[in-house]
Every structure is written in C-alpha cells, then in structure tokens.
Write a protein that binds this ligand. Structure first.
Ligand code: FE2
Length: 192
C-alpha cells in the first residue's frame, strides 16, 4: 500500500509564556470596544460574534502582544512548510494578516478557504468546554462523483494555547458554538 497526496494539518501547543497568553486574551476582549468598523462588519458577516478580519487584520503591526505571537507563529509555520514538499526547499512565507475572533454562543463561521494565501491557521486563546471544533473537509470531495458515500469531514477539537495550521486551500468551518462561554482565537494567513 502506498499513500500519496496527504492533507497535512498541524495541531500542537504553541510554546508561549502564560503572561503573553493572558495579554492576548485581554487585548482580544477589548477589541470590539475600539473597533466600530469591525462591529459593523461582523454584524453583517459574522453572526452573533466579533471578528476584526474586515477592519483590523494586521494586528501584529499594531499591538506588541500580537507582534510577539507572530514571532512564535513564524517558527511553527517554517517547520510546517518544510513538511509540505514545496520544490523551493527554503520557501519563506510571510505573515500578511492576523485578526481576532470572538465567538459567543450561537456564533459560527461557514465553510470557506483562504484563496490568496499559502498557509493559514488559528491560535486558540480560550476554548470553553464543549464549544465548537474546527471542521475540515476532504479536498477531494468535489471529485468523488460516482463514488459511494464516505466520510468527508473531520473535526479537530482545539485546546487553549494550541495552534492549528493547514494549507490555505483546505475548506474549513466553525460550526455554531453551543455553549455559553466565548471561544477566543486569533487567525492568520501566510503568503509567499
Ligand atoms: Fe478560515
């Protein structure tokens, strides 16, 4: 048996100090109060939650805590890229966007991918027990055609302090958060 064309997804603890994690959480929770444009964007595009994606998506250039998070992310993305088999062995990707997501009860983010990026991912700041997983879809699904039905989605249950990295073409969603607590995360894109 040979297996080709795997879909690689990295899920691991990001080694950052607890004080930085707390700083990121506190800053994330303050974001809605200082981002009117983001609240407006979220109302239309991010039901029941808040994301700075449509307004403040270069947070690593604006806040020290996110600049420090970027340093840790850069290392992990570099390690991840080495496993992806790009012909350019030293393919150096650059962080181009980084934004905050607050997902209270009822908030969801439907299936999508990140078409202008190479690697995307999320750092999980707070994940209440029972809150939404990250759901990914088999990229071959549109090609199965006459093939019998099979499982085409998988759920990854993140923990606070972890990152999940994947290639940006991988379709993913966050199903509705069914618990009272707010799920807090920071998402990002890397490009060539
Ligand atoms: Fe996404």
């Amino acid at each position: 048996m040979k297996v080709f064309f795997e879909t690689r997804i990295e899920k691991k603890k990001l080694g950052i100090p607890l004080a930085l994690l707390t700083g990121i959480k506190n800053t994330a929770l303050k974001m809605p109060a200082m981002d009117q444009a983001g609240l407006k964007w979220s109302k239309k595009n991010y039901p029941k939650g808040y994301t700075s994606y449509g307004s403040l998506s270069e947070l690593h250039l604006q806040f020290t805590v996110f600049e420090r998070l970027k340093e840790a992310l850069d290392k992990e993305v570099h390690l991840f890229v080495r496993k992806l088999g790009f012909f350019e062995a030293n393919c150096k990707l650059k962080l181009t966007s980084l934004w905050v997501n607050l997902m209270p009860e009822g908030c969801y983010h439907a299936f999508h991918h990140h078409p202008h990026s190479v690697v995307s991912g999320t750092f999980y700041v707070e994940v209440p027990r029972g809150s939404s997983p990250l759901r990914v879809e088999d990229p071959r699904a549109p090609l199965f055609m006459a093939s019998p039905a099979r499982k085409i989605q998988e759920d990854l249950v993140p923990r606070a302090g972890e990152i999940i990295l994947f290639e940006s073409w991988l379709k993913h969603e966050v199903p509705p958060n069914r618990v009272k607590g707010t799920r807090i995360s920071v998402s990002f894109n890397y490009e060539v």
